[in-house]
Design a protein around this ligand. Structure first.
Ligand code: GUN
Length: 281
């Protein structure tokens, strides 16, 4: 079984991106800039944002975190986004989710100009991705996609099952696999026989947030299994895949932690650089 080492693949990607940033600096005499807006003091968001900032600096991007208390008015956030939209030194804008209840998430997402939307959440980017046009692609599914391609460069005709239909993961993951000519099944909480669906799959991407949902006897021999889940349980951090069981049948499997997580952040850096490059065209 191949343990898909997300940490290592992400480090390799960061090394490539660092090289690219250096070349862009020579060519344009400036580097891509990423601004993250962080509202409130939720611990997981603080950790994500700290990691994002550290990685951005490591590859040579200009990065800035703007912090607000969770009492901040929606109007303040929208005005700041407008200001960043118009700032030519900023290539990418990310507003860390989740947001406090009084702030309208969709309004925030739609205020970010699509060309700086490094999350790929703006309806314009969602539409472009589903139409097969150039767009920002959400970082987590992009990271999953790059790991799958490392294991299996030719995905044409493969059967893929995506477990979970969120806008963040399941739906964009489906689009990426479809673009690679996979036959994709999207499953979710109302799917009648999830085990039977998974057993058909050459590739499974589990992104539902249910601890160890995908069992060993749900997986076809030599399938590639990507685990997007991060679930806190009494037994510590576990994914959406029963790792020990599935590792006995799968061809390749991502661990939790150390699989998808590091790739998500590396892909955010990639998206920031890609936004910069498109803006220079
Ligand atoms: N919170 C958890 N994951 C993400 C992400 O990918 N983007 C944003 N903006 N917030 C998040």
């Amino acid at each position: 079984m191949i343990l898909i080492d997300g940490k290592k693949i992400a480090a390799e990607l960061r090394e490539e991106l660092k090289q690219e940033v250096a070349e862009l600096k020579t060519k344009y005499n400036k580097v891509p800039g990423l601004t993250v807006i962080l509202i409130g003091d939720m611990a997981p968001s603080q950790i994500y944002v700290r990691n994002k900032e550290k990685s951005a600096n490591e590859v040579g991007l200009k990065s800035e975190v703007i912090r607000y208390p969770d009492t901040v008015e929606e109007k303040t956030i929208l005005e700041k986004i407008e200001e960043l939209n118009n700032d030519e030194n900023i290539s990418g804008i990310l507003v860390q989710l989740p947001l406090p209840k009084h702030i309208d998430k969709q309004k925030v997402i739609e205020t970010i100009i699509p060309s700086k939307d490094v999350d790929g959440f703006h309806p314009m980017n969602v539409g472009n991705l589903s139409s097969g046009y150039e767009s920002s692609v959400p970082c987590t599914p992009l990271g999953c996609y790059l790991m799958i391609k490392k294991i299996e460069p030719n995905l044409s005709g493969k059967k893929a099952v995506v477990v979970g239909r969120s806008n963040l993961n399941g739906k964009p993951m489906t689009q990426l696999l479809l673009k690679e000519n996979c036959t994709v099944t999207i499953t979710h909480s109302r799917t009648k026989d999830l085990k039977a669906e998974c057993l058909e799959a050459d590739i499974i991407v589990a992104a539902v947030g249910i601890p160890e949902l995908v069992k060993g006897d749900w997986v076809k021999k030599d399938a590639i299994v990507i685990d997007v889940g991060i679930n806190k349980t009494e037994n510590g951090l576990v994914g959406d895949v029963a790792f020990d069981e599935v590792s006995k049948v799968a061809k390749a499997l991502t661990p939790v932690p150390g699989g998808v997580g590091p790739m998500t952040i590396a892909c955010l850096l990639k998206n920031t650089i890609d936004c910069f490059k498109r803006s220079q065209k």
